[in-house]
Design a binder for this molecule. Structure first.
Ligand SMILES: *[C@@H]1O[C@H](CO)[C@@H](O)[C@H](O)[C@H]1NC(C)=O
Ligand SMILES: *[C@@H]1O[C@H](CO)[C@@H](O)[C@H](O)[C@H]1NC(C)=O
Length: 461
């Protein structure tokens, strides 16, 4: 078990016997433990060297731990004093003096990574003493336990008792506004004639954050906030228009109750009117967002939208936006409507459809978007989007092309520019899909676009 021993020096009758133990068995979790069992043969050090040396062959840097005796001795600068020693300052010399603390035949000491055991009474450890030393060592060298206790103490000092915390939380609760209170405050702020435009916009943006929640959206209606927001669409201030459209779109998203209220409140008409006139891009994006949210899963609004000339308005935006980002939003909006109806029809194949489903089917049956799209030139508008450099836009265009196939196929087939760009893209995506597979992606994004291309080409060639 001893990995080495040595008598480091022998001066003035003081000899030191050093036992070094590999302490891994004592302290399995200590990282890099440097430990030693030390026996001091005589507690009378020589005058020229007041220290009892603890030696180790491994790391001379670790040697600098002062081993006190039962006499006061001066500690040289740079030496560490083991825990439990008595230390005093010699006011004349300004140096620290140290002696052993409470007498114990076996002293455990610890200094950073180093730890050791000193036998202060006898020149060597008997087998019995060695056992005892090791036992104390284990206890003394149990850093996890001691450190844990220390940590817990520190934590206790840092954190307040639970009772105190609870009390604080209760007081906080009294101070914290409910969403309802906040919305009420924001709506008043927005509705106040003394608020600046800046404050109104800021109130709307805060509202937008809150109305995503279904309950808050419905509260917006009951508080009269939805009415104010719809009216704000007609504001002469563009930022107010934009923010109002943003709030409206978020409030109606996945919230059928608010969708109905908004449509009954004339929001759809208002949004379309604004879209049909010249607006900055930012405003139009939010208007399209609000319209899309209003129409989603709401066939009643969709058929109104068609009757009000919504497709015409979207076509104008598409044509006017050149290669701009509004195009992809317009196409996405139309595509979503087409697919939504298809999915409902497929679900209608269910053997025992319930009554509400029958009603929905009836409502969707009244929406005839595809013929209208073909009639208004979308069979040649959508292919224009394939010229976009964005993969994402091309993908959306391809999906829309496929969705419109039933009504557009003859036109696609006669469109030479379309078949040409489809073939070019096919080559391009074959390569991209291959490199994608080379990277280990079997069902990658480019592969998906390639499948779409193949599917379209199959029908138009
Ligand atoms: C907005 O203000 C007007 C008059 O200042 C008031 O009549 C109306 O009730 C207010 N609306 C809301 C929702 O607070
Ligand atoms: C919007 O404002 C215009 C005038 O700027 C007005 O003619 C129109 O009636 C208003 N529409 C609504 C719904 O308030």
């Amino acid at each position: 078990m001893p990995v080495g021993w040595r008598i480091p020096w022998n001066g003035a009758g003081v000899s030191l016997l050093l036992w070094m133990f590999s302490l891994n068995f004592v302290c399995a979790n200590c990282e890099k433990s440097t430990s030693a069992l030390t026996v001091i043969e005589s507690s009378e050090p020589s005058d020229d060297d007041g220290e009892a040396h603890v030696d180790s062959e491994e790391d001379p840097e670790d040697m600098k731990v002062f081993q006190p005796t039962d006499q006061w001795q001066t500690v040289r600068p740079g030496y560490a004093v083991p825990a439990g020693s008595h230390v005093r300052l010699n006011l004349q010399t300004g140096l620290r003096e140290v002696k052993l603390g409470e007498e114990a035949p076996l002293r455990y000491w610890r200094d950073g990574q180093r730890q050791g055991m000193v036998n202060t009474e006898s020149p060597s450890f008997t087998a019995q003493e060695l056992k005892k030393a090791l036992k104390q060592f284990k206890e003394g060298a149990e850093p996890s336990k001691k450190d844990k206790e220390k940590e817990e103490e520190e934590l206790r000092a840092k954190f307040r008792p639970m009772e105190e915390l609870k009390r604080d939380m209760e007081q906080l609760d009294l101070l914290v506004e409910t969403d309802f209170q906040i919305m009420s405050r924001l709506i008043s702020k927005f509705n106040s004639s003394s608020s600046t435009q800046e404050e109104k916009v800021s109130a709307l943006l805060d509202l937008e954050y809150l109305v995503h929640q279904v309950d808050n959206g419905q509260d917006l209606v009951s508080m009269g906030g939805l009415r104010l927001v719809i009216d704000a669409l007609n504001s002469t201030d563009l930022r107010l228009q934009e923010s109002a459209a943003f709030v409206l779109g978020s409030a109606v998203s996945s919230n059928p109750h608010v969708q109905v209220e908004a449509v009954e409140g004339g929001a759809l008409q208002q949004l379309l009117t604004l879209l049909a006139t010249e607006r900055p891009m930012g405003v139009k994006k939010k208007l399209l967002f609000a319209i899309g949210s209003l129409l989603r899963h709401f066939p009643f609004a969709q058929s109104h939208f068609l009757k009000m000339g919504g497709v015409q308005v979207l076509g104008d935006i598409f044509r006017a936006s050149g290669g701009g980002p509004l195009r992809v939003r317009v196409i996405t909006l139309l595509y979503d409507m087409i697919v939504e109806k298809e999915l409902i029809s497929q679900a209608g194949l269910d053997p025992i459809p319930d009554a509400s489903h029958q009603e929905r089917l009836r409502q969707y049956a009244q929406i005839s978007l595809l013929p209208l799209l073909a009639e208004q030139g979308w069979c040649s508008l959508v292919p224009e989007m394939l010229a976009s450099p964005e993969h994402d836009w091309r993908e959306k265009a391809l999906r829309a092309l496929l969705a419109m196939m039933p009504n557009c196929r003859p036109q696609y087939q006669q469109n030479q520019a379309l078949t040409h760009s489809l073939s070019t893209l096919q080559e391009q995506y074959q390569e991209l899909a291959l490199s994608e597979q080379g990277l280990g992606e079997e069902e990658g994004y480019f592969g998906e676009i390639l499948s779409l291309l193949n599917a379209v080409l199959l029908k138009v060639r």
